[in-house]
Write a protein that binds this ligand. Structure first.
Ligand SMILES: *Cc1c(COP(=O)(O)O)cnc(C)c1O
Length: 229
C-alpha cells in the first residue's frame, strides 16, 4: 500500500500521478465528503468529472455552490435512508450504496414518479461486518428476482467496501470474490440487472481493487489529505 507521504504536492499533482498508474478503463471518483468547494474546484481543474459524497445534505450545499462547473457526475456512496431517497434521485446520477431490497424498491417507485432512471449499484459485503451495510452473497442471490422487477432503475453492478483489519491478500480475496459474484449474476441473464460495473477500492486498497477488476475506485484521503476526525 502506498504511504500517503509518498504523495506530496498539490491536489492536481496527486490526481495526475494516480491517473498515470491507472488503466484508462478505471473511473476515478474523487470522494469529497468534508472537502471544501475550493479543493473540489482544484480537482475539477485537474480533469476530475466524477465526484462522490456520502451524505445527501452535504452534497446539496456543495452542488449549489458548484453549479457553474459543467459536466460533473455525482455519485452517492454513503448509506441512504429511505426518507432521503427522493432527494438522492434528484441530486445524484449514480447511487453506489443501494444496500437493501426495501431501498431499491423505494427508489424504483420514486424513479417512476419522477420519470428518472438512476444508475445504481448493489452494495454487498462478502464477509460479515456489523459496521457495514450491504447484502450478503446469500441474501443478494435470494433478492435478485425482486430486484429484476425494478424496471425504473438501471442496475449496473456491485459496490463493496473491504472490512478493516485485513492484510493485502485477504483484501484482494474480498475484491476477487466480489468480481466472481458479479460474474455469476451476469451469467444468470436477468433482463433488468447488468453487472458491468464494480465499484471497489479506496485510498488504502485501490491498487488491489484495480488488480481484481474494479471499474470505479473511490478515492478521498489520498487526493485531499486526511479528513478531520
Ligand atoms: C469515505 C469513503 C471513501 C473514500 O475513502 P478514503 O479512504 O478517503 O479514500 C470511499 N468509499 C466510501 C463508501 C466512503 O465512505
Amino acid at each position: 500500500m502506498m504511504p500517503f507521504s509518498k504523495l506530496g504536492g498539490t491536489i492536481s499533482e496527486r490526481i495526475l500521478e494516480i491517473r498515470r498508474t491507472l488503466p484508462p478503463s478505471v473511473r476515478l471518483i474523487a470522494v469529497t465528503k468534508q472537502v471544501s468547494v475550493d479543493a473540489i474546484r482544484e480537482a475539477y481543474d485537474a480533469g476530475i468529472r466524477d465526484f462522490g459524497e456520502s451524505r445527501v445534505q452535504e452534497a446539496e450545499v456543495k452542488q449549489a455552490q458548484l453549479q457553474n462547473l459543467t459536466g460533473i457526475t455525482w455519485h452517492l456512496i454513503g448509506h441512504l435512508q429511505t426518507n432521503k431517497a427522493q432527494k438522492a434521485i434528484g441530486q445524484f446520477q449514480w447511487i453506489h450504496s443501494v444496500d437493501s431490497l426495501k431501498l431499491a424498491q423505494k427508489l424504483n417507485r420514486l424513479a417512476e414518479q419522477l420519470s428518472r432512471k438512476p444508475q445504481i449499484l448493489l452494495q454487498v459485503k462478502l464477509l460479515p461486518d456489523p459496521s457495514k451495510y450491504g447484502w450478503s452473497t446469500f441474501d443478494l442471490l435470494k433478492d435478485l428476482p425482486e430486484l429484476n422487477r425494478c424496471e425504473h432503475l438501471n442496475i449496473e453492478g456491485l459496490m463493496t467496501i473491504a472490512p478493516l483489519g485485513l492484510n493485502d491478500s485477504e483484501i484482494l480475496a474480498v475484491f476477487q470474490q466480489t468480481r466472481e459474484l458479479a460474474n455469476k449474476i451476469a451469467t444468470q441473464n436477468w433482463s433488468h440487472i447488468r453487472m458491468g460495473q464494480l465499484s471497489m477500492g479506496m485510498s488504502d486498497d485501490y491498487e488491489l481493487a484495480v488488480e481484481a477488476g474494479a471499474t470505479m475506485i473511490r478515492l478521498g484521503r489520498i487526493l485531499f489529505g486526511d479528513r478531520p476526525a
